[in-house]
Write a protein that binds this ligand. Structure first.
Ligand code: F6R
Length: 243
């Protein structure tokens, strides 16, 4: 695992955006695996800025998002489709037909998981996967479990995840309890993985991910086995690592 230290969230975002920029330059028709949440907002903002300056072209880029809440429609402001559209897609020249997110409105879990796995396979996998890190060590919505789940599946969100995401909702009743997520196998199949982590609140779990045992109770710990992982984290998030 390559660890890049940043001073703060802003520098983390710029460094992470630089790595995505390099990927798009190297392979203009690459497949980017994308995440939502607080961590990537600055990264997407930086990419939009470079796009506005004419430095980066997304016209051939394809994207695969990690996850989506079950039961939310794309036009629901809390859906991950909405997040991606508002924070990235509407600002750049990506072809929306080349963007992929699990369909939160599909009730038939088995059908939607099979469909999304086919989408991933048809794109030939992910060139560069961007990941945030959950407070409980989740990646995508692969929650702590007794085993690693390989393919797309529907999860019951951990209470800690529901609590962490409550800040985006008006009332606790609105928070979905289930979500579709890409599996650990698909994430580990990416050519390169880029993890962004910010803030003291993530320092303990980041230490476990990097220095602890590989265990499904800390899903991100499996990243220790991937051959090309870059973690861009700010000083606060790296503060508990053994020097
Ligand atoms: C979001 C996702 C999640 C988040 C994680 C961290 O698509 O897959 O794993 O990356 O929960 O969320 P933030 O960045 O909000 O702390």
């Amino acid at each position: 695992m390559r660890i890049i230290e940043a001073q703060d969230y802003q520098e983390m975002s710029r460094k992470a955006a630089g790595i995505i920029f390099a990927q798009v330059i190297m392979k203009p028709d690459c497949v980017l695996g994308l995440a939502t949440g607080s961590s990537p907002i600055g990264t997407y903002r930086q990419l939009v800025e470079w796009y506005n300056q004419g430095d980066i072209d997304f016209s051939q880029v394809k994207t695969l998002n990690l996850d989506e809440y079950k039961g939310l429609s794309p036009d629901n402001p809390q859906s991950y489709y909405y997040f991606m559209y508002e924070n990235l897609f509407k600002h750049i020249n990506i072809n929306l037909r080349n963007t992929n997110i699990p369909n939160g409105l599909e009730d038939d879990t088995r059908k939607e998981c099979a469909r999304y796995d086919q989408v991933i396979a048809a794109l030939g996998g992910v060139s560069l996967q961007l990941l945030g890190l959950g407070n409980n060590g989740h990646i995508g919505f692969n929650e702590p479990d007794v085993n690693f789940k390989k393919t797309t599946h529907c999860v019951t969100l951990a209470q800690s995840t529901i609590d962490a995401n409550a800040r985006f909702f008006n009332s606790p009743d609105e928070i979905p309890k289930h979500a579709y997520t890409m599996g650990i196998g698909s994430i580990m199949g990416a050519g390169k993985i880029l993890v962004i982590v910010s803030g003291e609140g993530k320092a303990g779990i980041l230490k476990e991910v990097i220095e602890g045992p590989i265990t499904p109770s800390v899903p991100a710990s499996i990243l220790q086995l991937h051959k090309d992982v870059t973690i861009v984290a700010d000083k606060a998030a790296l503060s508990q690592l053994t020097k």
